[in-house]
Design a protein around this ligand. Structure first.
Ligand code: HEC
Ligand code: HEC
Length: 366
């Protein structure tokens, strides 16, 4: 092993220089771009996800007959990681939705184009192809993935761009024109084409193959009865977490008031959540239940990133949430012991998947 490393060392510097040249000159041939970013078959879902992506996706898809297209996914991958999608060319979707952290990240708020700051925690995007209800963002302000992609591009706190400006900007790059032609049949860049490609790529973000999934799968395969861990039994039993964190994605995709962000001094929510969308008074402080897959990868937690660890989330639920006039009746004091809370944290950690193993392209169409 050591010998091989020594042997390769003299090549490391020229290789790095060559890569740097490719990157700086930006005129790598399209052949190289093709070679480094081949069209890949639609990924097979990992253990833990029961449906696949190969047929027409019936849920929350713009047209029910639409199928995922591998070329569209490749184009979306470039766009998702390309900072030129933002108004000042300084932020990519993946700078906030980071692949290694379940497509979320590890800060309570994030920095958008021109150093703006988001008001909410960046949510994870794993298993986004499967939504029980078409609600996107913490307050469900978008009703389709495509609509949420447009919102991200236009939001002054995220990409801060105008669609016309983005279309004009991307149209300056011949190689992008070529890939839009390959994907859509004509070399025309439009808003819906950009968002369609970005949405297709995001529908391939999957999380499964976790310790929890593999254990259940093994048991099923060997036809043996499986013993739940202590934390899992509490999650689905005494602690009642599955009243909201249901099914294989551990979410109902609905809105609840658990008191996060309630300000006892002003008697208001710092962020009114679902109320901003519906204007129904009893929706104040309601936020969408997030998936718990990959959750241990992206502290701090909640829409405002106010809880530093999974243990602090457990303390919040154990106390019966934060008292406020609209608190969900499903949130009650739990009387869990310290050890029981720790066991639930261990269960949440067992939901981590191995991650996508793709940090995005090294360079982009020019
Ligand atoms: C500056 C950080 C930032 C950037 C850049 C960013 N996002 Fe987001 N994204 C967020 C935040 C914060 C939210 C939550 C918004 C809310 O609830 O109001 C969000 C929400 C989303 C959601 C909804 C997820 C859910 O669970 O419903 C999707 C999808 C999404 N972003 C996709 C994108 C795409 C695609 C891009 C690039 C075009 C992008 N984002 C760029 C911060 C960012
Ligand atoms: C009444 C529905 C409900 C119940 C019951 C519930 N949750 Fe939640 N959970 C939510 C909602 C809604 C949020 C988002 C709240 C917010 O950000 O304001 C959330 C957020 C979380 C988060 C943060 C995830 C992230 O990405 O930031 C974790 C972890 C979590 N819940 C775990 C649990 C556990 C463990 C239990 C059981 C002890 C539980 N939940 C019970 C609805 C519920």
């Amino acid at each position: 092993m050591r010998m091989r490393l020594l042997f390769w060392r003299p090549l490391a510097i020229p290789t790095a220089l060559a890569l740097l040249w490719l990157f700086v000159s930006g005129c790598s041939s399209d052949d190289q771009l093709e070679k480094d970013n081949p069209v890949k078959p639609i990924p097979v879902p990992p253990v833990g996800i029961d449906t696949d992506l190969s047929g027409p996706l019936s849920l929350n898809y713009p047209t029910k007959a639409d199928k995922l297209d591998p070329r569209r996914i490749r184009l979306g991958r470039w766009l998702f990681h390309d900072q030129r999608v933002s108004v000042a060319g300084d932020v990519a979707c993946s700078d906030c939705h980071m692949p290694q952290f379940g497509y979320s990240n590890r800060s309570s708020t994030a920095v958008g184009s021109r150093q703006t700051k988001t008001l909410r925690k960046v949510p994870s995007l794993v298993n986004i192809a499967w939504r029980i209800y078409p609600h996107y963002a913490w307050d469900g302000k978008s009703e389709s993935l495509e609509q949420q992609v447009v919102a991200a591009i236009l939001n002054p706190l995220e990409m801060g761009n105008a669609m016309s400006h983005l279309v004009e900007n991307l149209s300056r790059y011949e190689s992008y024109l070529k890939y839009f032609e390959e994907t859509y049949g004509s070399p025309k860049i439009t808003g819906p084409r950009i968002t369609g490609a970005l949405a297709a790529y995001q529908r391939t973000f999957m999380s499964g193959n976790s310790a929890w999934d593999l254990d259940r799968w093994e048991a099923k395969k060997n036809d043996r009865t499986r013993k739940r861990s202590k934390g899992e039994a509490l999650f689905f039993g005494k602690a009642g977490c599955d009243r909201c964190h249901k099914g294989s994605n551990l979410t109902d995709h609905r809105f609840h008031n658990s008191g996060v962000g309630w300000n006892p001094d002003t008697h208001e929510f710092d962020d009114e959540g679902r109320y901003n969308v519906t204007r129904a008074t009893d929706h104040k402080g309601h936020f969408k239940t997030p998936t718990l897959r990959d959750v241990a990868k992206h502290p701090p937690y909640m829409h405002d990133g106010s809880m530093p660890s999974l243990f602090s989330v457990l303390e919040h639920y154990n106390a019966g949430g934060s008292a406020n006039p609209g608190l969900s009746p499903e949130i009650q004091p739990l009387a869990l012991s310290m050890q029981e809370m720790e066991a639930v944290v261990l269960f949440l950690e067992s939901l981590n998947g191995p991650g996508p193993g793709d940090q995005g392209p090294a360079y982009f169409p020019q």
